[in-house]
Design a protein around this ligand. Structure first.
Ligand code: SF4
Length: 322
């Protein structure tokens, strides 16, 4: 199967220094924040790749680099075989750009409140110079809303309905790849399930590929084909949902799963993840997880474990993973 996305050694460093004058007066050094470090993964066509991690793990930064909203500091992203940062053929760049769409977390903030829903949905097609006759009506029905909603404004809809409008807008330019950044985390649990089911159905119907970003493992358990677990900007484990949920190998994945609510866990005491994600400006030495790791050994504070293949379709970065 072909890969639609190839991410290789992706790194993003932000300069978070105070302004030059303050640094001179206060004799402060430059401060660098490494949000993403040496991340590599691939996404097969018509599959869902989920990136999971606590806030500050770098997942949204990766999403922005994949869609081209943020340039990488190092490494590269190839979409449909084209590296948008280095490609010089303008036609190729336009084609790839029109094949990518993004759905954001907040359906309230991502829709222009002064535009009618029909205009919002048609906008990506208009930008591509595509025909829009009946497009908004058709897409609204495809996402479970009514064709007559084209003349309404975003404030007339609930949160779940607004996210459906965002999905319709994302589909307007007939994309191949949709990057979804926490698309359901602002919604009630029952509405979350409806939107996830809708996205799953649309994936099959339109042959879509999703890069799905979430802080919640259970949200993507039934939808993802592969899950990448991020900790402090690095991939620490990657596996299929079945392998990850049945036998998580990395202690951080185990911690996340312990903290996740379970259908069969009624009355079970849920342990929140212990400790806090460290300061990315001064990350711990060696394995960045060692200050929180319940099984850390001496070498964990000195050396960084490499992300290695451990069995079919699984990669883990831990000295003690079997
Ligand atoms: Fe824990 Fe060491 Fe494995 Fe890191 S390398 S997860 S500190 S056991």
């Amino acid at each position: 199967m072909a890969f639609i996305v190839s991410v290789r050694s992706l790194t993003r460093v932000f300069d978070v220094s105070k302004p030059w004058l303050n640094r001179v007066i206060e004799r402060l050094p430059k401060r660098k924040l490494t949000a993403v470090s040496d991340v590599s993964f691939e996404i097969e066509e018509n599959t869902v790749y989920a990136l999971v991690g606590e806030s500050g793990s770098g997942k949204s930064t990766i999403g922005k680099m994949v869609v081209g909203l943020l340039p990488p500091s190092e490494g590269e992203v190839e979409i449909e075989g084209v590296n948008l940062a280095t490609e010089t053929d303008a036609d190729k760049i336009d084609t790839v750009r029109s094949d990518i769409q993004m759905i954001f977390q907040d359906p309230y903030a991502s829709l222009n409140p002064r535009w009618k829903v029909g205009n919002i949905i048609e906008e990506p097609a208009v930008a591509n110079g595509d025909a829009t006759d009946g497009l908004a009506e058709r897409l609204l029905e495809q996402v479970g809303l009514s064709a007559s909603d084209v003349n309404k404004f975003p404030h007339e809809f609930s949160g779940g309905q607004r996210q459906r409008i965002c999905v319709a807008r994302a589909l307007a330019s007939e994309p191949n790849l949709i990057v979804c950044d926490e698309p359901t985390s602002a919604l009630d649990v029952s509405v979350q399930a409806q939107v996830l089911n809708l996205m799953s159905d649309l994936k099959d119907e339109f042959g879509l590929t999703y890069l799905f970003i979430s802080h919640d493992l259970t949200v993507i358990q039934h939808m993802a084909d592969k899950i990448g677990v991020l900790y402090l900007g690095r991939l620490v484990e990657e596996a299929s949902p079945d392998a990850l949920f049945d036998s998580p190998k990395h202690p951080y994945t185990q911690m996340l799963l312990e903290a996740a609510p379970r259908m069969d866990g009624f009355g079970r005491e849920v342990e929140p993840p212990e400790g806090e994600i460290p300061d990315p400006i001064n990350p711990p030495t060696g394995c960045a997880f060692h200050p929180r790791c319940p099984i850390a050994v001496e070498c964990c504070a000195k050396e960084r474990p490499v992300l290695e293949t451990k069995g079919a379709g699984r990669r883990v970065a831990c000295f003690l993973a079997e």
